[in-house]
Design a protein around this ligand. Structure first.
Ligand SMILES: [Zn+2]
Length: 435
């Protein structure tokens, strides 16, 4: 296997659409690390987000470096070119040291028949009974099933190899981390499919350290997991077992771990995830992006005055363009239009009402997940406001930072990483706001 830049065991992907919350996000990592949960911060932004907002990948590197400098962070951190492909990767190569190679588009397109046959012949161990530690019953995969899975995924894996080699040639293989993502596709990958995919990626000599499968259930943007939590737990544990097995069997990097995309706000699966990581002594990468943009809106609303005004205006525009804004995200949101308040109603809301509807506190009866999801996909409205939005972020930095930190640290890092967490209000994060 080629050389690679090592990635720490627990890493937290943090997206920041408008590039003003880097310090607050890092502050959450400091708090977790202080409590013994070493978190490696990774700032991620996809090509799609850069295009929507009108930013260049180098701006994310600048933001990460500035936050690290301001807080005196001495440990590792990374900048992730999120969901790139061969056509989009070039402008990311210099400023990024983490690449999420998205091969979802080629899943399901058959590889050349000779390649499929060669793969099956090369891997007789995949056919028949296969005992994997920590999976109750041996996997039983027939030759025709290996062929079906290879037909579905081999071209995507070859695609990942091509993109990996393109980056390695430009950047040097020891200088970056590779993730392969398959999450943006229709059907979840089963543990035995994951095993076959990992065997194929090892053949392609992709030294991947994180892999993002599509898990069972719905990972809607900015809201809790929707699905069968027990089924998720079983599958997640089996995926970890498969990864541990594949690392040994195929010589993949020992740091290889799962990456959970759209991982923010999935509160009901954090406990099963934490237990599984403990059981397997496994690492995790989790991506949280839009949740920080929503905390910006919450902070603006909480600030009142011109901040609340902006938050109301963004909603008023969003509700007029519901269908347009939701269309690109159809598979990752579930909005009940009946539950969306009118613009007139929201324009009469106080700070408290706006915050209560938007903040992800499921114990609050005023919390409105349809309202939250619509605003999640409406960040383009803030981008259109331009300087006025940025000026408000600066003006209300303290109250926004408080919300960004509390959200990442109290609602995400604590339940995921710390066993004895209590969801206490006024926890340390609220006092430790950067000036
Ligand atoms: Zn993703």
């Amino acid at each position: 296997m080629s050389k690679y830049l090592p990635l720490g065991k627990i890493s937290f992907g943090m997206g920041d659409r408008f590039a003003h919350q880097g310090k607050a996000q890092l502050r959450a990592c400091v708090l977790a690390t202080d409590l013994g949960a070493d978190v490696v911060p990774v700032w991620n932004k996809s090509n799609r987000e850069h295009t929507f907002i009108g930013t260049e990948p180098s701006s994310l590197r600048a933001e990460a470096d500035a936050a690290v400098k301001a807080l005196g962070w001495k440990k590792s951190y990374h900048v992730d070119a999120d969901h790139i492909r061969l056509e989009t990767v070039d402008r990311f190569i210099a400023p990024s040291d983490f690449f999420t190679i998205d091969v979802a588009d080629t899943i399901g397109k058959p590889a050349p028949a000779a390649d499929v046959k060669a793969f099956i012949d090369r891997h007789p161990e995949l056919t028949g009974k296969l005992s994997i530690p920590h999976i109750d019953r041996p996997l039983e995969i027939s030759r025709s099933e290996v062929e079906r899975v290879a037909n579905k995924f081999l071209l995507a894996v070859q695609d990942a190899g091509r993109i990996y080699r393109h980056i390695a040639k430009a950047k040097g293989e020891a200088n970056f981390i590779t993730e392969v993502s398959m999450d943006e596709t229709d059907s979840p990958q089963t543990p035995h499919e994951l095993l076959i995919i990992l065997a194929a990626l090892a053949d392609e000599k992709v030294p991947l350290q994180t892999i993002a499968p599509k898990f069972t259930g719905r990972f809607n943007k900015g809201v809790d997991y929707v699905g069968d939590v027990q089924q998720f737990e079983k599958e997640f544990n089996e995926d970890l077992a498969v990864i541990a097995f594949a690392v040994k069997k195929y010589g993949l990097p020992a740091s290889l771990k799962l990456s959970v995309h759209s991982g923010s706000d999935k509160f009901s699966i954090y406990e099963p995830i934490r237990k599984a990581l403990k059981k397997f002594d496994a690492g995790l990468h989790i991506k949280t992006a839009g949740t920080t943009w929503l905390e910006e809106l919450i902070g603006l609303a909480e600030a009142g005055g011109d901040g609340l005004e902006i938050a109301r205006e963004i909603y008023a525009y969003a509700i007029q363009h519901v269908d347009e804004f939701c269309a690109p995200y159809a598979t990752v949101i579930d909005i009940d239009k009946q539950k969306l308040p009118t613009a007139a109603a929201v324009n009469a809301w106080t700070s408290e009402q706006f915050v209560a509807a938007l903040r992800h506190d499921q114990s609050n009866p005023a919390y409105n997940r349809s309202f939250r999801q619509l605003l999640h996909v409406s960040f383009k409205v803030a981008a259109k406001m331009g300087d006025r939005y940025y000026a408000a972020l600066k003006k209300h930095e303290a109250v926004i930072a408080k919300n960004v930190i509390e959200n990442l640290f109290d609602r995400h890092m604590k339940p995921l990483l710390l066993e004895s967490h209590k969801p206490v209000k006024n926890s340390r994060s609220l006092e430790a706001v950067p000036a």
